[in-house]
Design a protein around this ligand. Structure first.
Ligand code: BTN
Length: 245
């Protein structure tokens, strides 16, 4: 069940705040901010976080089994965001491996999972979610990539932000408990149902170069399966980027 729930008007980053208090906060605590002054994205990017528009929250989840068992966690969080949208009756989004929530028009939510602790022992995940509820033209321009919001998916009707936040928090508490008990296996079918890369021509770019193939789903650990001329490769999410060709 939900730990502490805290709402800040302004904070540097909800994930940084959880990090600072990770030893004292109860499990499944959630911190929300109306605005972040130093919102963080993946790969050292920043996450624009103006007030009054979107949802910025982070959740603390502890695991006993160590982060060796958490390889599918960020994909599971993508599924949790999709469940949230389904609860709200919002359709038209899907998942781009490893954990972007997208629509045709652009990115709808960003997920940042940060792990600390032991590889095979007690560890903690800080799960940050930024969900675009209502973007402004300026924000769209500053985003540096195509973006979309719930207003766009809901046919121009702004969904109530408190309802969206409540649905997301409920889905996180439920889904993270499920992940703890059953692992990514409990999410893999739902992931496949929303997999935007399935059967698409892809280029995977990593430190060692790039590989072309066709998306063939994900495995039980959350690795991307890429069908190439030489066979099926499984690709771990660390430091690779995937784009459609
Ligand atoms: C991404 O790069 O796609 C991940 C973006 C994650 C943004 C969220 S907003 C709430 C939480 N606090 C942060 O500083 N980042 C995450």
């Amino acid at each position: 069940s939900l730990g502490e729930l805290e709402l800040h008007w302004e904070i540097d980053s909800t994930s940084s705040e959880i990090q600072r208090r990770a030893t004292t906060l109860p499990d499944l605590s959630v911190i929300l901010a109306e605005t972040q002054s130093a919102g963080r994205g993946r790969r050292g990017r920043s996450w624009l976080s103006p007030p009054g528009l979107n949802i910025y929250l982070s959740c603390l989840k502890r695991f006993d089994a160590g982060f060796a068992s958490l390889s599918g966690l960020s994909l599971a969080v993508g599924v949790i965001v999709m469940r949230t949208l389904a609860t709200l009756g919002i359709e038209g989004a899907g998942l781009k491996w490893p954990n972007d929530v997208l629509s045709d028009a652009g990115k709808l939510a960003g997920i940042l999972v940060e792990l600390s602790g032991e590889y095979q022992g007690p560890c903690a995940a800080i799960i940050g979610v930024g969900l675009n509820v209502r973007l402004t033209p300026v924000l769209r321009e500053q985003a540096g990539q195509p973006v979309n919001d719930l207003v766009g998916l809901a046919g121009g009707v702004a969904p109530d932000r408190n309802r969206v936040a409540a649905a997301l928090i409920g889905a996180l508490v439920e889904g993270l408990g499920q992940f703890e008990r059953k692992g990514f296996g409990a999410f893999v079918d739902e992931y496949a149902a929303h997999d935007l890369l399935h059967a698409k021509a892809l280029r995977v770019q990593g430190a060692q170069g790039s590989m072309d193939g066709v998306g063939a789903g994900v495995d039980a650990r959350g690795a991307l399966l890429l069908q190439t001329a030489e066979g099926v490769h499984s690709i771990d999410s660390a430091d690779v980027s995937v784009r459609r060709t």
